[in-house]
Design a protein around this ligand. Sequence first.
Ligand SMILES: NC(=O)c1ccc[n+]([C@@H]2O[C@H](COP(=O)([O-])OP(=O)(O)OC[C@H]3O[C@@H](n4cnc5c(N)ncnc54)[C@H](O)[C@@H]3O)[C@@H](O)[C@H]2O)c1
Ligand SMILES: O=C(O)C[C@H](O)C(=O)O
Length: 336
Amino acid sequence: MVKAVVLGAAGGIGQPLSLLLKVNPLITELGLYDIVNTPGVAADLSHIATPAKVEGYLPPDDGLIKTLTGADVVVIPAGVPRKPGMTRDDLFKINAGIVKGLAEGIAKTAPKAFVLVISNPVNSTVPIVAEVFKKLGVFDPKRLFGVTTLDVVRASTFVAELIGNLGAAPDVVVPVVGGHSGVTIVPLLSQSSHPLPAGLATADYEALVKRIQFGGDEVVKAKDGTGSATLSMAYAGAEFATKIIRALKGEKGIIAPSFVSLASDPAGAAALTAELGQELAYFSSRVELGPQGVEKLYPLGTITDAEKVLVKAAIPELIKNIETGVSFVEASTNKL
Ligand SMILES: NC(=O)c1ccc[n+]([C@@H]2O[C@H](COP(=O)([O-])OP(=O)(O)OC[C@H]3O[C@@H](n4cnc5c(N)ncnc54)[C@H](O)[C@@H]3O)[C@@H](O)[C@H]2O)c1
Ligand SMILES: O=C(O)C[C@H](O)C(=O)O
């Protein structure tokens, strides 16, 4: 029995993500929560002939508590998306409060659930959830994940395009490490399962890196003021949630990059810290998943000089983003 919950289920990501979770045969219960429209979304999905029993709640009458009761996996795509000209950090003002409120609900109702944060800016919203959990005495660093899967999915697609074989896209594996915004997104293309063409011009390599780092901007621009990536994000979110569920059901050897607390695996963190030359509280590295969540953090491994430059550029930005999330919770606690 697996209960999955989507917080922000009526939104651009929330609806297709809920659909993909509803058609996942491993899920037996699906709880949908939003401040609008969830009863309709739930009624609609509930007619699909798959095992998951679907329920949708709104804030009145303890809707958040009802949704979260018994949850094994909670995915959070609640919050506002970007418009052209905005950075993910510009979303912090609104999304920080939304994520903090939802984290309080999870801490009180489903403190053992695996929490998958999609709401931007991920580099700051993940620390917000962690700080709320710490304050409420329920933080388990092994169970909190920032969803960076869309960067991984983009890297697979763009590499497949570059090597002229889009058919290979589902099999292309590129570790994408760091965080989830601009220069903090670091694709380790030298470790791609499908090598880049020999003799690829430096300008073409740099263009590929930039496209992976700023793929979100491409969608924001094309959507022209109506939002950011929703369908590809729903795909990526469902893919990562499925890996988490397979791992919690006991499947071994599932590895995926995710933005996690380095306290989740102190031994792995030590190796990673030595490579980074800097202590960070959170980093997206390849994570081995197990029934308790993070089983092992993998080091970066052998990387090229160009990749070392990318990692170095990501670190100051990550430190700033993480601090923004941590101090938001500290400041709001001090006001109480
Ligand atoms: N991690 C990633 O790779 C990634 C990718 C794409 C988008 N995002 C982020 O995901 C978030 C959602 O994007 P979207 O396009 O679905 O936006 P959207 O506006 O279409 O949907 C957001 C939903 O959140 C709901 N919501 C707002 N406050 C809430 C609350 N307190 N409780 C529950 N629900 C609440 C809204 O009612 C809405 O239905 C944005 O922050 C966006 O930047 C992250
Ligand atoms: O770009 C955005 O704001 C949404 C998301 O983070 C993305 O990478 O598509």
